[in-house]
Design a protein around this ligand. Structure first.
Ligand SMILES: [Zn+2]
Length: 260
């Protein structure tokens, strides 16, 4: 692959686990691009992420960050080729460092990276996550807060009502999956479906009216980790206190009580 630059992200975390290295392979529009292809041959990279598409993606990302008035110290977009077929983990993930570096990873389940419109929706969503973290209303949960902490899924799931509602209300591009059980679902009901399903998987029984109310209340309005954590607790969801994320939530609660 082409020239490499290394950028170390200081992600909040316990000693020894703060550094998260991101390798940048090229720059477009002052945005770094990091490729994680299955095979590193130049022809393969070119096939997965053709230059003219990456250029378009860089212009799109610049526009989004301008629109959101976000000025990270650096923005890097990672293009990761997914190994799994049919096993969709995530499409995007935002990691923000202590000193304001933003890394957005796009995982390609279907490549080449050609449908810029599709990725624009994902980029908007991830940029909103970054906005939350840069504004210190949310911790950078990835990459160190792993799912073994408990109901970590619910943090993002609830935050999505705020983020996605904002995108919808402001006519920004967005992407969502229609659940097969609910083919006529709109954006909000698809997100509600994810919450309902997550709760079921966690063994929590919550009345539908409670969920609808939470979704309606959070849809498109600003929130923060503390409010979301309170909602989670009301729903009966837990995060293990023995984990980094649990300690983070507990620690801030203490500080919050002390300062008020
Ligand atoms: Zn998200």
């Amino acid at each position: 692959m082409r020239a490499r630059h290394r950028l170390t992200f200081e992600v909040p975390g316990p000693h020894g686990e703060n550094g998260y290295q991101v390798e940048i392979h090229e720059y477009f529009d002052r945005i770094g691009f990091s490729y994680q292809p299955i095979s590193e041959t130049a022809t393969h990279v070119e096939r997965v992420a053709p230059v003219q598409v990456v250029e378009k993606l860089a212009a799109t990302a610049s526009g989004i960050f301008r629109d959101l008035e976000l000025q990270p110290k650096a923005l890097v977009i990672g293009i990761k080729e997914s190994l799994g077929i049919g096993d969709v983990g995530y499409e995007g993930r935002a990691i923000v460092s202590r000193n304001g570096l933003v890394y957005i990873e796009l995982e390609l389940c279907s490549f080449p990276l050609q449908d810029v419109d599709y990725w624009e929706g994902i980029l908007w969503h991830e940029a909103m996550h970054a906005k939350y973290i840069l504004g210190r209303r949310w911790p950078s949960i990835w990459p160190f807060y792993l799912p073994d902490a408990g109901s970590v899924w619910a943090l993002d799931c609830l935050l999505h009502f705020s983020i996605d509602g904002w995108l919808e209300k402001n006519n920004k591009p967005f992407v969502f999956w229609t659940p097969s059980e609910q083919p006529d679902a709109d954006f909000k009901s698809s997100r509600l479906h994810e919450l309902r399903e997550g709760l079921q998987n966690s063994g929590c029984t919550v009345e539908e009216s409670v969920l609808t109310k939470i979704a309606a209340d959070l849809w498109g309005r600003e929130t923060n980790i503390w409010e979301v954590w309170k909602i989670m607790q009301r729903l009966g969801l837990t995060i293990s206190e023995a984990t980094r994320l649990g300690r983070y939530l507990r620690g801030h609660k203490t500080r919050f009580i002390k300062s008020s």
